[in-house]
Design a protein around this ligand. Structure first.
Ligand SMILES: Nc1ncnc2c1ncn2[C@@H]1O[C@H](COP(=O)(O)OP(=O)(O)OP(=O)(O)O)[C@@H](O)[C@H]1O
Ligand SMILES: [Mg+2]
Length: 235
């Protein structure tokens, strides 16, 4: 499991995270919700070892990740799908997936086959440049590129960004079924609280770098104050 303990991150004078604590339960989806600038991306980047916190700690199965390099955190089973997806437009679907497999010990041919079975649309487009994919397909490719290394934990940064409501809804369903079929622990960062709360088991609400609420997703979704003041769900 992932345990975040009193995490604080500064960028110069800017406090991006202050004393953030929560647990992500193994095999479940924890949604991290909040408006622009809440600190969601910073949180994921700190878990992945890309940002060094000022204080606090992150544990993976009771092992501190603080002094661990980002590539080693990835090798320990933490997959990160960054904001903006990070697929390489000038490379084909196949080449993007091969990149994802590079740092892991998996058999690449078997890994590719497994991904094409999981995401048949990508299989059909394996020789196409990523630049020719639709937004939803690109997000699938970004997730698949992380999944090919067989992570235990998947960090997703705003997967629904820029997608139409129908595509978002399909994507969310596929995240939920991936979580269930692979017993993946998912941390799902979203500004789109409505979509994320439909599939999440637990939720954490961030506001200006602090946790303002956390608990079962259905309780967060039912809280009118949270909906109105932090989740943008009441007009
Ligand atoms: N590299 C950086 N240097 C300086 N300030 C930064 C940097 N990255 C983020 N910040 C600031 O830290 C705060 C948190 O940013 P972060 O990107 O983590 O928020 P977010 O919740 O992901 O926002 P969004 O929903 O817009 O993606 C913001 O005030 C942002 O301006
Ligand atoms: Mg962000």
């Amino acid at each position: 499991m992932i345990r975040v303990e009193k995490l604080s991150v500064n960028y110069g004078a800017i406090k991006a995270l202050s004393d953030v604590s929560f647990n992500a339960t193994p095999g479940l989806i924890t949604a991290v919700l909040g408006a622009n600038g809440a600190g969601k991306t910073t949180l994921l980047r700190t878990i992945s070892g890309l940002v060094t916190p000022r204080s606090g700690n992150v544990f993976l199965d009771d092992r501190s990740l603080l002094k661990t390099a980002a590539e080693d955190i990835a090798r320990m089973g933490v997959g990160h799908v960054p904001e903006g997806r990070g697929v390489i437009a000038e490379m084909t679907v196949d080449e993007n997936l091969r990149l994802g497999a590079l740092a892991s010990k998996i058999n690449i041919a078997e890994g590719l086959e497994a991904q094409y079975q999981q995401f048949p649309v990508l299989g059909d487009r394996r020789k196409q440049y990523a630049s020719t994919l639709s937004g939803g397909e690109r997000q699938m490719l970004a997730m698949s590129r992380a999944l090919i290394a067989q992570p235990k934990v998947l960090l997703l940064d705003e997967p629904s960004l820029g997608l139409a409501p129908l595509v978002t809804s399909e994507l969310m369903k596929s995240i939920r079924s991936l979580c269930e079929s692979k017993q993946l622990t998912v941390i799902l960062v979203e500004q789109n609280a409505k979509s994320a709360l439909k599939i999440a088991h637990d939720a954490v609400v961030l506001h200006l770098g602090t946790v303002v609420a956390s608990g079962p997703a259905n309780e967060v979704a039912a809280n009118d104050n949270l909906r109105r003041y932090y989740l943008g769900l009441v007009q």
